[in-house]
Write a protein that binds this ligand. Sequence first.
Ligand code: NDP
Length: 443
Amino acid sequence: MQYTQKILEQTIKKNPNEPEFHQAITEILTTLQPFINEHPQYEKEKVLERMVEPERQIIFRVPWVDDKGEIQVNRGYRVQSNSAIGPYKGGLRFHPSVNLSVIKFLSFEQIFKNSLTGLPIGGGKGGADFDPKGKSDREVMAFCQSFINELYRHIGADWDIPAGDIGVGGREIGFMYGQYKRLTGKYEGAFTGKGLTYGGSLVRTEATGYGLVYMAENMLHSKGISFEDKKVAISGSGNVAIYAAQKASQFGAKVVTMSDSNGYVYDPDGMDIDAIKEIKEKRRGRIKEYLEYRKNAEYFENGLVWSVPCDIALPCATQNELQEDGAKLLIKNGCIVVAEGSNMSTSLEATHLLQNSGVFFAPGKAANAGGVAVSALEMAQNSSRISWSFEEIDCKLRNIMHEIYTNSFEAAEKYGMKGNLVAGANIAGFKKVADAMIQQGTV
Ligand code: NDP
């Protein structure tokens, strides 16, 4: 049996009931085989066995008091997967669907994503099964403070640096950073995504969405086309979706649809990004409220956002939001490019369907790496006590995304899988981490 297949089977057996983690390792291990075949040292050094086992998994109780004076208890997680090339780095997700499988898949993916950025950051991820939706600011603060009362001892500016993800934005990072500072007495960059008045970086808010569009720009460019006058379908209406929509519009595209977990809106005139920002960032409302702003827009509670015809599809909500039925609709409607804004947006079957139908596909670990790249730039600014301008950081971000695209494309080509950015990103991300692990001895 091939080495990658053997490790895949062993890992699935050893970690039962973790479907998201199984999916992530299947995607990575099945594409690494041609590269591993040419480099037997990875098998000899048991690199895959070590990589699929997180360095550390922390699970903890998070008790807090709600506005009725009742005690609530949630479960918190931090999975520190790999520190071969730098301190653990990855976001925190607050959503009722969070469990160990979800955090392990995200943390595993983060190893390769962070390596692809070319910056010195290892892989980690965390979160809790807490739902900030519908909670008062005081309740969110109480939860965040309790979460940090345990997590603070496992993180730090040179050890593990969390950031935002689903359900964790500027408000939550502020509450957590404040509590971290109170408990440790340290004013250090132990989080990224901080507010601009206390160590945050310009462009961090925009970074994942802008970076995603820069990735798609490179993909389109390879086919001799641009965003100009193209129709773009975006799922989600959170941080990643909003800034992807903004950049795509700035590039002359028409964003025709956005969604949330209740439904999607279709706007034939192109989405009004300021309206979406007001609804989502200020009012913390629902996408349906968009109808108050645009008379031609329509709202659909059922059905797939991918049924709206588009040239470019950018899934930006959550894992496995694009399945075979959605992929078939995109193919039927002539979609050219799919780039994942969310992590593992696309099921394995849907990914193969898109690739086999000639749709140019970029996986999240390459396409959404702009967020963590600018987080690493925030860390650099914090350690040197300086701040760069918006233009400077945006330019660095665009260059990083170009490098990620080029490295992924070339790695795939070298191993006989031209145009397969999934394989290319996995190989390019894996090599650096694997070599660092070997050079550091049995770690
Ligand atoms: P937000 O919380 O800001 O927004 C999430 C959006 O996705 C909301 O519109 C939400 O709708 C929707 N959504 C979440 N869960 C579900 C679900 N189970 N079903 C349907 N819709 C859902 O998160 P972000 O924009 O930060 O993150 C979006 C994705 O991008 C995630 O996969 C994240 O891991 C990934 N990502 C984020 C980065 C960042 O810098 N923020 C960096 C790299 C990747 P509703 O409000 O109804 O829940």
